[in-house]
Design a binder for this molecule. Structure first.
Ligand code: SF4
Length: 363
């Protein structure tokens, strides 16, 4: 199996914490869609297996004109009968009955909704354009439209957020009936307005102790509501795990098209320019590439696998790595799974980075 990722680099406005590649929305993005189709046709042969998942991310794909999204999906020369999941990211203010009907008809099975918080003051502080009521309304419309899978994104550690307000957002998320939740810690990325405001003393970063307590609430509440914590930031009811992302975490090949998109075919990593003008100048062949050596493949496997409940295959580790894993298992930070696999325990996922870097190979 393989995945297709399509990057839409447009947003209506820039959230203050965001360092994704995104630009102000242009009214007519038809030239960008033409470029995506050109690139797909030129590069689809890089992936020899059939595409089983499609993921349209951004940016904010839902800001595209509806006719543009439909044209993009209907013009992709894919064997849709083999596509098991097709996701589009959307912001709540863009969801309408007409939008749902059109994207569903075009093949979309899953919508990932950028909610971030159900508290209006928290949304306003980080520059989100929607309200909590907009988000609830959006989920209601998606459900009424029969969209098979709905995922909600939330952030913890937002400026002004408290453990109580975080619990309120979580409670609202469960009440919506969505079967998938992605919950991320707010990060202060250099170059963002959030970072600059913290440096200027206008925003106070949430204490680590509070972040830990929010994470513990998140994992306990998710379990209580029947959600499986299957990746460090992702929770789902059984059968509603994101197939596209799960395949990516298992090292399945994927083709990424669009400005700043990345691709991986199992041996070679490719990345498109993080510049709309550079991409548009030559969409079919503007990517750079690097062949991965054995150490890089190992490091990718460790980095992605240890962020999942599926873990990594012990038979792929050398003797010194196995000794290290043994010490982590003895200390309770890792646990052994069936089929010779090992994972980081849920309560230690917050310190996953240090465990992962211990298992990196440096050539
Ligand atoms: S809508 Fe998403 S991609 Fe766009 S600026 Fe906000 S966080 Fe970034």
């Amino acid at each position: 199996m393989a995945g297709l990722y399509i990057h839409i680099p447009f947003c209506r406005s820039k959230c203050i914490y965001c360092d994704f590649y995104s630009l102000p929305m242009r009214i007519d993005a038809s030239d960008y869609i033409d470029a995506l189709l050109l690139e797909f046709n030129a590069r689809k042969k890089e992936i020899t297996e059939p595409f089983r998942t499609v993921y349209i991310g951004g940016g904010t794909p839902s800001v595209l004109p509806l006719s543009g999204i439909v044209r993009l999906l209907s013009s992709l020369e894919l064997d849709w009968s083999r596509v098991e999941e097709a996701t589009i990211e959307a912001n709540p203010e863009d969801i309408t009955t007409e939008w749902c009907a059109a994207v569903k008809q075009a093949g979309i099975t899953r919508v990932s909704l950028g909610v971030q918080s159900f508290i209006d003051t928290e949304l306003a502080t980080v520059g989100r354009r929607h309200s909590a009521a907009d988000a609830l309304n959006a989920v209601r419309i998606l459900r009424n439209a029969g969209i098979r899978d709905i995922s909600i994104d939330l952030i913890y550690g937002l400026p002004g957020q408290t453990p109580d307000s975080w619990r309120s957002s979580l409670n609202m998320a469960w009440k919506t009936g969505a079967d998938h939740l992605s919950a991320y810690t707010l990060t202060y990325e250099p170059g963002t307005r959030l970072y600059a405001r913290r440096q200027a003393g206008k925003i106070v970063e949430t204490d680590d102790d509070i972040i830990v307590s929010m994470y513990m609430d998140l994992t306990a509440e998710a379990r209580r509501h029947g959600f499986n914590h299957y990746e460090i930031s992702n929770f789902a009811r059984i059968g509603h795990e994101a197939r596209h992302n799960s395949a990516y975490w298992k090292g399945v090949p994927y083709l990424g098209i669009g400005a700043s998109a990345h691709s991986y075919d199992g041996c070679v990593r490719r990345w498109n320019p993080r510049s709309l003008s550079a991409y548009m100048a030559d969409p079919a062949s503007s990517c750079e590439m690097e062949s991965l050596d054995a150490d890089a493949v190992h490091n990718d496997m460790v980095m992605t696998g240890l962020r999942t409940a599926h873990g990594i295959d012990l038979t792929l580790l050398d003797e010194s790595e196995l000794r290290l894993v043994g010490r982590y298992v003895d200390s309770g930070m890792m646990s052994l799974l069936a089929d010779d696999r090992v994972r980081i325990t849920e309560q230690h996922w917050l310190v996953a980075d240090s465990i992962i870097s211990d298992l990196f190979r440096v050539g």
